[in-house]
Design a protein around this ligand. Structure first.
Ligand code: UD1
Length: 415
């Protein structure tokens, strides 16, 4: 059983779902149905969507872009406080788990859905012997060492109830060892989000988002290779950055210099859109919330102001990211994607749980002060950063995960 719930889960789970499908197709062609005790056996995957994210732009669009099949089960949980959302997922997920009784549960990332479902599986009992599914956590071991971040709590707790921990970078191995998690549970597999990036990059390149946003240079735009104008891409959605007016204002002021030098495109998360209206910060933006269709005449650069658009799908966003001069973000995943693409990234946070993106990649952790943001964006625009791609971020992480999972399930079947 695989669980997804929120936007950053979809690109991490998609390659695993695809690897299971390919595995079953190979099985069907090469041997016909396998019997118990065979070391190779087909895998049934039940896909569960908790509904933590539910807007078309935050969920359905990603299923379409990433070719993820329709979920077998949709819990329809929606938004709420951390406690209400986590508790509601747990209640509804328990029923599904008791009905389906999977051998193994895969949870990905660090959102509330990840922890809620892992916790349910850790305490469930399918029979009098206390049988429960194995719990596999994809993207284990990342630590920001900031327990004020809800995701940090989700990461730590999920890792400590997991039976198989799939790690994306070397810091994860170190963190888990320091927390006393036995090495035998831990597998260094690389990054499934990068599997998705590599699998979909060509399709993303065919996106017409640059044209729609009037971001092609005058000579470019013919064929699939685009000549992009110079622009920056911005995402901000962390509660710590956008839920307090003073912090949000400070970040926007830190971006003024960049906004004067090139267009900043800002696909804004629903939370962020609500906050900037509440806080009366609209004057920093040109709000282009309507559909992009027919808007090619709009100015590419609203000098000094940030171009706010609706959240984008996976392929359009990947295209925008790949062609950007600099990406400014408070997301976790985008630090990794820009590292893989060799695009300069400025992280508007005090810390990162993904230090490899700073060590070998293209990321600078700028903090949230005005001056920190100004300096880091200037530095990233001027320097010709290239960085290297971290070990095992090679497009084969999902297959490594599947191989480890098959070995574990086989052990369980033999016992
Ligand atoms: C969640 C994750 C965060 C991740 C982010 C990516 C947790 C604790 N946080 O944060 O790690 O980086 O997703 O987006 O799990 N909303 C909508 N439509 C939606 C979803 C949300 O309008 O489809 C609005 C609602 O007002 C909601 C708010 O966004 O209350 C926050 O949604 P929520 O799922 O609680 O957390 P995110 O901020 O999206």
């Amino acid at each position: 059983m695989t669980v997804v719930g929120a936007r950053p889960n979809f690109m991490k789970a998609a390659p695993i779902i695809a690897a299971i499908r390919d595995h079953n197709e190979r099985m069907a062609i090469s041997r016909g149905p396998a019997g118990a005790g065979d070391s190779q056996f087909p895998l049934q995957n039940v896909l569960v969507h908790t509904g933590q994210h539910y807007d078309e732009a935050m969920s359905d669009r990603f299923f379409a872009d990433l070719n993820i099949p329709k979920p077998d089960v949709h819990l329809g949980v929606g938004s709420g406080s951390h406690a209400a959302q986590t508790a509601e997922i747990m209640k509804r997920f328990e029923e599904v788990l008791l009905r389906e009784k999977p051998d193994l549960l895969i949870v990905v990332g660090d959102v509330n859905s990840t922890l809620a479902c892992a916790l349910v599986a850790a305490k469930i009992s399918f029979d009098a012997n206390g049988t429960r599914p194995l719990i596999a956590h994809v993207e284990a071991g990342l630590r920001s060492f900031d327990r004020g971040m809800p995701e940090e709590i989700n990461r730590i707790l999920t890792d400590h109830v997991a039976d198989l921990l799939f790690v994306t970078e070397e810091s994860g191995l170190r963190n888990l060892r320091e927390e006393g998690i036995p090495d035998g549970k831990v597998h260094f597999v690389g990054n499934t989000m990068i599997d998705s990036l590599l699998a979909f990059k060509d399709r993303a390149d065919a996106s017409d988002i640059l044209k729609k946003l009037n971001l092609q240079s005058r000579n470019g735009g013919h064929g699939s290779v685009k000549e992009a104008a110079r622009y920056a891409l911005l995402t901000l959605h962390r509660p710590s950055n956008v839920d307090q007016r003073a912090t949000f204002l400070n970040i926007l002021e830190g971006l003024e210099e960049l906004a004067n030098s090139c267009p900043i495109i800002f696909p804004a998360h629903p939370r962020t859109q609500k906050r900037l209206a509440e806080f009366g910060l609209e004057h920093f933006f040109v709000i282009e919330k309507e559909s992009h269709e027919g808007k090619e005449s709009r100015s590419a650069h609203a000098k000094g102001r940030i171009r706010l658009i609706e959240p984008l799908g996976y392929l359009d966003f990947l295209c925008l990211m790949a062609h950007a001069a600099v990406v400014v973000t408070d997301s976790g995943g985008i630090q990794e994607e820009t590292t893989c693409l060799g695009v300069p990234c400025v992280t508007v946070r005090e810390n990162t749980e993904r230090p490899i993106t700073v060590k070998v990649g293209t990321n600078i952790v700028a903090g949230t002060s005005k001056e920190g943001i100004r300096q880091a964006t200037r530095q990233q625009l001027e320097s010709k950063v290239s960085g290297t791609v971290p070990e095992a971020w090679d497009g084969r992480s999902a297959q490594r995960i599947l191989d480890a999972i098959c070995r574990e399930i086989e052990k369980k079947r033999v016992l």
